[in-house]
Design a protein around this ligand. Structure first.
Ligand code: ADP
Ligand code: MG
Length: 352
């Protein structure tokens, strides 16, 4: 693997500057919870908040967000709404990942003890190609009633996703990587992704490698999910599989996802939902965004602050069982956040 250049992060007077993109739906309220928790945890982070209006055609705010992330190196984000009624509108979420070349999405799907879920003790890592595949956004109507959509797979990106996954497995003691594909039908595109991963696998004899067709994978995930360890796949399969596994563990409200390129890192809820229907009702589960904020603190090297918040979350959820309705509880979003803050204030491991 090419030596990963250290990802630069902005720091002023011992505090990190981080770009915050609240996005639409429940994004702004979840970000408010993050700021509240960071205040009590004493996390040394200053947020540069940028609101992006989904209705604005050419968005200066979007351009500014890119500039800000390039300057700070790190961002935390909610989902930016895509208004499909705006002609020619492309997803700003996809555009942002492409613009920053965030070619990896990594989702660590680990069950929370004592949270009601369809499957227990899941511990699967999904590594997803994050910038091409079916999300190339190259669609056109060639003649009336005929639409063509291009799925782009490159050797370069397949190669760096596979190398990232095998390095990850080696460094974290993971035993097996499964490449998920549909190379029996999409022989060239998925074929290239699969063949590239097989080639890289040869360089890592200590990590077992196999592959599985996406349709069988979905069935196996629902019936026998414990067979999986690390999975790699192209963009759209990654989105679908991430949602399946999150569903097994407890839904969209819990897990966080990380986006990495060679230069920048962006943290967000794992299944990237807007949550428009539940916005402003004090019912959204704050955990997915709080977990994203813990990932961000770990990335910045603030391990003690990250551990402090992570332990407070664990106690709130797995011990006290303060759960929002999506997890079968009746707690408000703010009840969960308040209990997390209570645990932070009671902890004798506070970093200051
Ligand atoms: P999308 O943005 O992909 O359209 P939605 O916003 O409709 O997805 O979310 C999918 C489902 O997940 C909805 O039922 C939504 O209520 C639920 N959901 C998403 N985020 C959360 C959350 N933080 N807490 C509770 N439920 C959530
Ligand atoms: Mg929605």
């Amino acid at each position: 693997i090419k030596k990963q250049a250290p990802i630069p992060v902005a720091m002023y007077g011992g505090r990190n500057a981080v770009t915050m993109l609240p996005g639409g739906g429940i994004g702004p309220e979840l970000m408010e919870y993050v700021r509240e928790v960071f205040k009590y945890a004493g996390a040394p982070v200053d947020f540069e908040v940028i609101d992006i209006d989904p209705m604005e055609e050419s968005s200066g705010a979007f351009e500014y967000a890119i500039t800000s992330i390039k300057r700070n190196g790190v961002a935390i984000k909610g989902n930016i709404e895509t208004k499909s009624e705006t002609a020619g509108s492309t997803s700003r979420n996809v555009a942002l990942r492409n613009e920053l070349d965030l070619f990896i999405n990594i989702l660590h799907c680990k069950s929370f003890p004592n949270v009601p879920a369809r499957q227990k003790d899941i511990d699967v890592v999904i590594i997803r190609q994050n910038t091409e595949g079916e999300y190339a956004m190259l669609e056109h109507e060639s003649v009336d009633g005929v639409v063509e959509s291009m799925k782009v797979v490159t050797e370069t990106n397949s190669d760096r996703v596979a190398r990232y996954a095998f390095e990850f497995a080696k460094n974290t003691g993971r035993k097996k990587i499964t490449t998920i594909h549909k190379a029996n039908i999409m022989k060239l595109s998925d074929g290239l992704f699969l063949e590239t991963s097989k080639k890289i696998a040869k360089l890592y004899p200590e990590v077992e490698h196999n592959d599985m067709i996406i349709d069988n994978c979905c069935m196996q995930l629902v019936s026998k999910p414990h067979q999986f360890d690390v999975m790699i796949m192209t963009n759209l399969y990654g989105s679908i599989v991430s949602n399946v596994v999150c569903g097994l563990i407890g839904g969209a409200g819990i897990l966080s996802g990380r986006n990495y390129g060679d230069h920048y890192a962006v943290f967000e809820p794992g299944t990237r939902n807007t949550g428009t229907a539940i916005a402003g009702k004090n019912v959204a589960n704050p955990l997915a965004m709080l977990n994203a904020s813990v990932d961000m603190l770990n990335h910045l090297g603030h391990k003690r602050h990250a551990d402090l918040i992570q332990r407070a979350i664990y106690k709130t959820v797995s011990e006290d069982q303060i759960l929002t309705p999506d997890l079968g509880g009746s707690a408000k979003s703010t009840d969960v956040v308040q209990r997390v803050i209570d645990h932070i204030l009671q902890a004798d491991m506070r970093p200051w």
